[in-house]
Ligand binder design. Structure first.
Ligand code: TA6
Length: 296
């Protein structure tokens, strides 16, 4: 379903037979809503989110491309989240016919404006699909279409804002004992100690070479999000906590308590593509009852 969202921005709604749904804005190629079969929202979107281009939208799943964070010559997190993507009216089918999924393909290509800062031709195809159990699947295929023989290099992240009941009651499993770069300490490298990750202050870390499965456990809601990823070795964990949150103009009062960013990413070793080469990075997020997931 194709319709008009906040401020008249075009959006697509995907629905799956059991009642799960997702809303995707062409602006940013950004998933803004993902609801379960009870109609509960699973993603966080700030009450102060700006739906006014060229601002990025605070919440949902912004795409960071071709640069994660401020490390490079581009604006923070690159430009993909600030561009209007096109809907492919005739997307190629899923490779297997056995899976019945609602899906769309969005496409972003180089523009004259971006070429000033990032002089490359590319085609970025983003497939967003809802699975039969409500799982949200995102597959990015980025192809170098340069005709001047030049390679390009990029970093990438699915900047997923999960909605949580209370950040102090959340834990993440799958990142313990890993090395990480701490963005709050000049990207210094540390090793995570102890058990599951819990939260009691600002966190902004890039975990390196993580397992492909990470669990985000929301105690109060007795819900676990399972994140599975492929082609994306790293995982960013971010929550600004109270002090930093007050400096973020498009984040409502106290809202940091109800969000947690866990991002499937490729940061430590950027991807380089020669002309004609394609890279693929996939994230799948599924909501499951906690007891089922952690085996407790
Ligand atoms: O993902 C972590 C991070 O790079 C943080 O350092 C924080 O700045 C966050 O992204 C949000 O960035 P944004 O540009 O959306 O305000």
């Amino acid at each position: 379903q194709h319709c008009s969202g906040v401020n008249g921005l075009e959006k697509i709604i995907l629905r799956e037979v059991r009642g799960f749904s997702a809303e995707i804005y062409l602006y940013g190629g950004q998933v803004i809503s993902w609801k379960n079969d009870l109609g509960e929202e699973l993603l966080f979107v700030s009450s102060k989110a700006s739906f006014k281009p060229p601002n990025s939208i605070r919440g949902g799943i912004p795409i960071c491309f071709p640069q994660f964070s401020i490390h490079g010559s581009l604006q923070q997190h690159g430009f993909a989240r600030n561009r209007f993507w096109a809907l492919d009216p005739n997307p190629p089918p899923f490779p297997t016919t056995s899976t019945n999924r609602a899906f769309i393909d969005l496409i972003l290509r180089h523009s004259e404006d971006d070429a000033k800062n990032w002089p490359h031709r590319y085609e970025f195809r983003l497939r967003i699909a809802l699975g039969p159990a409500g799982d949200l699947l995102m597959t990015s295929r980025i192809r170098n279409t340069n005709t001047d023989g030049k390679s390009f290099t990029f970093t990438f992240a699915y900047n997923t804002y999960f909605s949580v009941t209370d950040i102090s009651e959340v834990r993440i499993e799958g990142l313990e004992t890993l090395d990480y770069l701490d963005n709050l300490k000049n990207r210094e490298r540390f090793t995570e100690q102890g058990d599951a990750i819990t939260f009691e202050s600002e966190v902004d870390k890039v975990y390196l070479r993580t397992p492909t499965k990470i669990a985000i456990i929301d105690h109060e809601r007795k819900r676990t999000f399972v994140l599975r990823k492929d082609g994306l070795p790293d995982a960013v964990v971010w929550n600004p906590w109270d002090k930093k949150a007050k400096t973020i103009s498009d984040l409502g009062d106290g809202e940091y308590k109800h969000m947690l960013c866990v991002q499937a990413a490729c940061i430590e070793n950027p991807i380089t593509l020669k002309p004609g080469e394609e890279w693929k990075g996939r994230q799948e997020i599924s909501p499951v009852p906690s007891s089922y997931c952690s085996g407790q």
